[in-house]
Design a protein around this ligand. Structure first.
Ligand code: ADP
Ligand code: MG
Length: 637
C-alpha cells in the first residue's frame, strides 16, 4: 500500500473565473460575491485539478467552509454536468432541501430545474436537473433502478463523518462501481479531521484539506451536573441575552418536542423582560418543520435584536447558520439504538461524544471569537463522554439494508466490503426477520414477495403489510394505514390546555374497540369524506399538516402499487381482512415482542448456506438455534 498523499491547498489571489452574470440580477450577483468569500473558494482550481487527476478524493474541511454548496457548482462550471449529473448526498432531509434551495438561488435558477433535491416521498427534480442533492437513503434506492449510476458523472458522499447506515452502505456500493466505471468521480467529504480512515478504505485515496478559519472559542462548564437540562438551557439563553454583547445563540436539543417546549417557555419569559432588553427572535429547526419556516433560520437578524436558534443535531455539521456567537450545549442527542437480542429498535436520548461536543462548540467561532456553554461539568466531558459516536450500522436493525442489498443482487453479505462490519448478531436477526416475513426463502434468496417489498421505501414490516393486502383485497385501506404510520406520531394534536377534549376526539376514532392501525384508517377516511377539510381537522384535534403529508405519501404508495402490479382494491366492510394484512406485516416482530412461541426457527442448513464462511453445521445445534462465534469483526463474520 502506498501511503495516501496529502494535498495541501495553497492559496492564490486572482479570481480568474468570473462568470457571466446577468446584469439585472442583483441578488445573484451579490450571492456570487458572497461565494468568493468562502474559505473553499481559494482552492477551487486546485480542487478541480485534483478531481481531474484522481478518481476518488477525500475532502476535509471545517463546517461552513463551503463544501456542500460550492463543490457541486465548481464541478458544474468545470463541465462535469455535461457528462452526467452531479449527486451530493446528505444524511438529513432538511439539509438536502435547504442546501438545494441555497444553490439554486446562487445559480439563479428555479429550484427543481438545474438544481434539485430528492428525499423520501418528495422528488423535486426534473429532466433538466444537473446538480442533485439527495438523502443518502435516496441514492441507495437509485441503485435499484440504475445499478451502475450511469446517469451520474460525479457522486459526492457528503457529511461522511456522520456514518449513517445509508452512507456506510453507499461506501461499499460506490467503491464497487468505481472499479468498472473509471469515468465516475467520487468525492468523500467530511467535516472532521479523521479522514485517514476514509482514505484507507478507498484504497489510499488522496486527502484534500481545506483549511478553515476558526476563531477561539471560550468553553464554559457548569460547576455541578444539571438536574434538568431543559430548564438549564432556558436559564442560560436568558442569561446570555441579558448580559452578553450582541451575537446570535444556538441551542442544541434532541428533538421537536423539546424544541417546542423551550420555544413556548422562552416566549413566555421574554414577555416579562420589558422594553429595555433587546428583542429575542426564536427560530426552531428540526426535520418535520414546514419548509417555509426552515428558511427563517437563515434570515439576517434585524439590528438591535438577537436570534436564538433551537436546533437538533442538524446544526452540528449539516447546516451552517451565520452570525452565531454563543452555543448552548446540554450534551445530549437522540440516537437510534437496536437490541439484536429482542430485535427492537428505539430512539433514545444519549450523551453526545467528545467529537460532537467539539463540533458544537466550534459553531460559535465561525465569524469571530465565540463562547460555548456546556451544561455539564468538565469532569463529565473528560471522563464520561465517548471519543466518537458509534456508527449507525453498529446499532441498528439491518432488515431494510439486507433487503436492499439482496435486491441489488448482493447475496454474499458476509463478504460485503463494510468499512466497519455490523455485529454478526444484528445481521442474522435481519435475515431471520426477512425470512419470517417471507421476503427470503429458506436458502436466503429473495422471494417474489421480497422483491415486491423492496420497491417500497418503508420499513419491511410496512412493505410486507402492503404486499399482503393483495391477498386480502384491501390494498386501498392498507396503504392509507401505511401512509399514516409513515408520518410518525404527529397526527393527533394535544394542546396542553385542551387535553381532555383532544383525548375525547381521539377516542371517537377507536369506536368498536379497534386497535391503533384501524383508528388511523378511520381518521384518514373520515378526513377524505369531508373532502380533505381543514376545518374538520381543527374540530377533531388532528394536525392538518400531517394529514396532507399522509395524503402525499399515499399518492406515492399508490403509484408503487402499480409498479409491483397490485390492484387497488377496497374492502372497507371487512375489518378482519385488513387486520390479517396488518398481521402479516407483524410476523417479523411478533416472535420477539409479543408472542415468542411463534418464533420461526432458523433452519440450520439455511444458516450454513447463507454464511458458509461463518457457520458449519457443527456450529448449529439441533434445536435449530444458532450459536454465535466468540470473535467478531470481518474475518469472523
Ligand atoms: P460546508 O458544507 O463546508 O459546511 P456549506 O456549503 O454548507 O459549508 O455553507 C457555506 C455557506 O453557505 C455558509 O456560510 C452558510 O451559512 C451558507 N448557506 C448554506 N445554506 C444556506 C441557506 N439555505 N441559506 C442561506 N445560507 C446558506
Ligand atoms: Mg456541508
Amino acid at each position: 500500500f502506498v501511503k495516501s498523499s496529502v494535498i495541501e491547498g495553497t492559496q492564490h489571489e486572482e479570481d480568474s473565473d468570473q462568470e457571466d452574470i446577468d446584469e439585472k440580477d442583483m441578488l445573484k450577483r451579490e450571492l456570487q460575491d458572497e461565494r468568493k468569500t468562502l474559505p473553499i473558494y481559494k482552492f477551487r482550481d486546485e480542487l478541480l485539478k485534483a478531481v481531474e487527476e484522481y478518481q476518488v478524493i477525500v475532502i476535509v474541511g471545517e463546517t461552513g467552509s463551503g463544501k456542500t454548496t460550492q463543490i457541486p457548482q465548481y464541478l458544474h462550471e468545470a463541465g462535469y454536468t455535461a457528462k452526467g449529473k452531479v449527486a451530493c448526498t446528505q444524511p438529513r432531509r432538511v439539509a438536502a432541501m435547504s442546501v438545494a434551495a441555497r444553490v439554486s438561488q446562487e445559480m439563479g435558477v428555479k429550484l427543481g430545474h438545474e438544481v434539485g433535491y430528492s428525499i423520501r416521498f418528495e422528488d423535486c427534480t426534473s429532466e433538466k436537473t444537473l446538480i442533485k442533492y439527495m438523502t443518502d437513503g435516496m441514492l441507495l434506492r437509485e441503485f435499484l433502478g440504475e445499478p451502475d449510476l450511469a446517469s451520474y458523472s460525479v457522486v459526492m458522499v457528503d457529511e461522511a463523518h456522520e456514518r449513517t447506515l445509508s452512507t456506510d452502505i453507499l461506501f461499499g456500493l460506490v467503491k464497487d462501481i468505481s472499479r468498472f466505471r473509471p469515468d465516475l468521480k467520487l468525492l468523500i467529504s467530511s467535516a472532521t479531521l479523521d479522514a485517514e480512515k476514509f482514505s484507507d478504505y478507498f484504497d489510499s485515496a488522496p486527502i484534500f484539506k481545506i483549511p478553515g478559519r476558526r476563531y477561539p472559542v471560550e468553553v464554559h462548564y457548569t460547576k455541578a451536573p444539571e438536574a434538568d437540562y431543559i430548564d438549564a438551557a432556558i436559564v442560560t439563553v436568558l442569561q446570555i441575552h441579558v448580559t452578553q454583547p450582541p451575537g446570535d445563540i444556538l441551542v442544541f436539543l434532541t428533538g421537536q418536542e423539546e424544541i417546542e417546549t423551550i420555544d413556548e417557555i422562552l416566549k413566555h419569559r421574554t414577555r416579562g423582560l420589558g422594553t429595555k432588553i433587546a428583542e429575542l427572535l426564536i427560530c426552531p429547526i428540526y426535520a418535520n418543520l414546514p419548509t417555509e419556516l426552515q428558511a427563517k433560520i437563515f434570515e439576517p437578524t434585524p439590528e438591535g435584536a438577537r436570534k436564538v436558534v433551537l436546533a437538533t443535531n442538524i446544526a452540528e455539521t449539516s447546516l451552517t447558520i451565520d452570525g452565531i456567537k454563543y452555543v448552548v450545549d446540554p450534551g445530549f442527542c437522540k440516537i437510534k439504538s437496536y437490541n439484536p437480542r429482542t430485535g427492537m429498535e428505539s430512539l433514545l436520548i444519549n450523551p453526545i461524544s467528545k467529537a460532537s461536543a467539539n463540533q458544537r462548540a466550534g459553531r460559535s467561532g465561525r465569524t469571530g471569537p465565540g463562547k460555548c456553554f456546556r451544561l455539564y461539568t468538565s469532569y463529565n466531558y473528560m471522563h464520561d463522554l465517548e471519543d466518537n459516536t458509534v456508527p449507525e450500522i453498529q446499532r441498528t436493525n439491518l432488515a431494510n439494508v439486507v433487503l436492499t442489498l439482496k435486491s441489488l443482487g448482493i447475496h454474499d453479505l458476509v463478504n460485503f466490503d463494510f468499512m466497519d462490519p455490523p455485529p454478526s448478531e444484528a445481521l442474522l436477526k435481519a435475515l431471520e426477520q426477512l425470512f419470517a416475513l417471507s421476503a427470503l426463502n429458506s436458502r436466503g434468496e429473495l422471494t417474489k414477495t421480497g422483491r415486491r417489498m423492496a420497491e417500497f421505501p418503508l420499513d419491511p414490516m410496512l412493505s410486507k403489510m402492503i404486499v399482503a393486502s393483495e391477498k386480502y383485497k384491501c390494498s386501498d385501506e392498507v396503504i392509507s394505514i401505511a401512509s399514516m404510520l409513515s408520518v410518525g406520531n404527529s397526527i393527533f394534536y394535544r394542546p396542553k390546555d385542551k387535553q381532555v377534549h383532544a383525548d375525547n376526539a381521539r377516542l371517537n376514532f377507536h369506536t368498536g374497540n379497534v386497535g391503533d392501525h384501524i383508528a388511523l384508517l378511520n381518521v384518514y377516511n373520515s378526513w377524505k369524506e369531508t373532502d380533505y377539510s381543514t376545518q374538520w381537522c381543527y374540530e377533531n384535534y388532528i394536525q392538518v399538516r400531517s394529514m396532507k403529508r399522509a395524503r402525499d405519501i399515499r399518492d406515492q404508495l399508490e403509484g408503487l402499487l402499480e409498479r409491483v402490479e397490485i390492484e387497488i382494491s377496497s374492502n372497507a366492510s371487512d375489518l378482519d381482512a385488513i387486520k390479517k394484512a396488518i398481521t402479516s406485516g407483524k410476523n417479523g416482530s411478533y416472535r420477539t415482542v409479543k408472542n415468542p412461541q411463534t418464533v420461526t426457527e432458523l433452519k440450520p442448513d439455511w444458516l450454513v448456506e447463507i454464511a458458509p464462511h461463518y457457520y458449519q453445521l457443527k456450529d448449529v445445534d439441533d434445536t435449530g438455534t444458532k450459536k454465535l462465534p466468540k470473535g467478531q469483526g470481518r474475518a469472523a463474520l
